[in-house]
Ligand binder design. Structure first.
Ligand code: FAD
Length: 473
């Protein structure tokens, strides 16, 4: 009689889960599931209280979904990754596990932990590793010289060629196990702060519905509308993808069903959305090819010589959304209040922190992680390094967003700004991006901070700092 253990990590789903499907293949095997919370590790990664809450509510749902398959979900908590190896070892002994199934995680520490685990279980348990969190396996997309791409577009093109040729399938949700009786215990509260929020439902049906509706109703207009934060025209599936409630294969499957051969029109909304999903893939591949990224090292090494100003007051004002630049402040308040921020705004606020305030991008990277529900090491690091011009494929360092004109371009009517900054409701649309000018003109006091820096001066200072650092290369 075989007993299989499936270890859930960042793949909290029963649909399209290769590890689960494979663990259940043998109808005669007993199948048990496990989740291990690692609060110390979460703290090290500055995981947000909202993401912890989302994991908790999602685990509760997963437990119900597994119960319908007659699979018991065991829950354990331990401090860190090294301890989780002992936890697994003990469980394997207690339940007389023969085979352990899991989907690979590609981050440096996670990969190291899995190597140690395999070593430890070598003589007692067969470890079966699968790939379910990306569409492609890292390091399998290479350029003509056999190297990992450093630039997105050629990576995307090679990915697309493979995608078109791949006859991929979704993994079936397993049938309920016969003859298995379960008695799952309620998932206890985490030994980690959690913060309740309503932004993402933890229910699989709702997540799939959001994906389906997005593909059916919004993808078409995605190219034109994705950059306008007030329009709510992106999928808002990021937290589901970060925790693996949905897989990228499911996203591509629904997209292709709705838009077969979408790649034939590269200007289409479907192609633009595909492009974004591949950015996620690109950053994960990069992290495997360059493990120093997991340690928050810049991809472009000379940028480590930049003399940051790191003004703590400025940092606090940026965090709180009190910089005096309406688009920055509205975006930061959206992040602080919901745990999610629109992509265009992530780019603008990140640029402002690094290129206007000359604050080390790692401060911002950490702050985003501490707030985001969709916090993901590779995507967050990739996004920050892109905005800071320290990464591969980055915006060149001399290209610096002007926060006022960015606001005028992407929130021309100030709809988004007024939603998050009610203190600016009275300011007429024409001057919503420069409210102090309006207040001065009409002689009204404004309950809103003055700009904490003057962009044109800050821009020059930043250019000098980058140029000086480059010279020391
Ligand atoms: P959609 O536009 O609908 O895109 C679909 C999916 O594609 C997203 O859910 C996401 O999984 C993926 N995706 C989209 N854009 C990117 C991108 N540029 N890089 C990587 N994946 C992408 N994304 C995260 O998931 N977690 C993060 O911690 C994160 N931090 C970021 C930090 C900065 C500074 C920047 C500039 C971007 C960051 N992103 C991050 C990428 C992007 O902003 C979010 O994925 C996107 O805003 C999520 O909204 P959505 O689901 O509506 O995206």
């Amino acid at each position: 009689m075989t007993t299989n253990l499936i270890w859930f990590r960042n793949d909290l789903r029963v649909t399209d889960n290769p590890a689960l499907t494979n663990a259940c293949k043998d109808q005669n095997a007993t199948v048990i599931a496990l989740y291990i919370a690692t609060p110390e590790q979460w703290k090290m990664h500055h995981m947000s209280a909202r993401q912890a809450y989302f994991i908790h509510v999602r685990l509760t749902e997963l437990q119900k979904e597994l119960a319908e398959l007659n699979i018991q979900l065991l829950y354990q908590s331990c401090n860190n990754f090294t301890d989780s190896i002992d936890v697994i070892d003990n469980i394997c002994q207690e339940y007389q596990i023969n085979q352990l199934f899991y989907n690979r995680q590609y981050e440096f520490n996670e990969h190291k932990r899995d190597c140690l685990l395999k070593k430890k279980l070598k003589n007692s348990v067969k470890c079966i590793e699968l790939d379910g969190n990306l569409f492609t396996i890292p390091l399998t997309i290479r350029n003509g010289k056999g190297e990992m791409y450093k630039v997105f577009t050629p990576f995307r093109n090679t990915f697309l060629d493979q995608f078109i040729q791949t006859d991929y399938h979704l993994y079936e949700q397993p049938e309920p196990r016969e003859n298995q009786k379960i008695k799952s215990k309620k998932i206890p509260a985490f030994d980690y702060p959690t913060e309740k929020f309503e932004f993402f439902s933890p229910i699989t049906k709702k997540a799939l519905q959001r994906l389906e509706e997005f593909c059916a109703e919004k993808v078409e207009g995605y190219t034109e509308k994705r950059d306008i934060p007030s329009l709510d025209y992106t999928s808002q599936l990021s937290a589901y993808l970060a925790l693996g409630v949905l897989s990228v294969r499911q996203c591509l499957h629904y997209l292709t069903q709705e838009y077969p051969r979408f790649w034939e029109n590269q200007k289409s909304g479907a192609f633009s959305w595909f492009n974004e999903l591949i950015w996620r893939e690109f950053y994960q591949h990069l992290m495997v090819a360059h493990p120093r990224l997991c340690k928050h090292k810049p991809f472009i090494e000379w940028t480590d010589n930049i003399q940051w100003k790191n003004n703590k007051d400025h940092f606090e004002q940026w965090k709180a959304g009190n910089t005096g630049y309406p688009i920055i402040d509205a975006a930061m308040r959206q992040l602080n209040q919901t745990g999610w921020m629109h992509n265009r705004l992530r780019m603008i606020t990140a640029s402002f922190l690094v290129k206007d305030l000359l604050i080390d991008w790692r401060w911002g990277e950490q702050y985003f992680m501490s707030q985001l529900t969709d916090g993901d090491l590779a995507a967050n690091n990739g996004g920050w390094q892109w905005a800071a011009s320290t990464g591969t494929d980055s915006t060149p360092y001399f290209r610096i967003f002007n926060p006022t004109t960015q606001g005028q371009r992407f929130d021309p009517e100030g709809i988004f700004i007024k939603q998050w900054l009610p203190e600016l409701k009275q300011v007429p649309t024409k001057l919503i991006h420069t409210p102090h000018q309006w207040a001065e003109k009409v002689g009204k006091p404004l309950n809103y901070p003055n700009p904490i820096i003057i962009h044109d001066i800050a821009r020059k200072v930043t250019l000098e700092a980058f140029e000086k650092a480059k010279k020391t290369d």
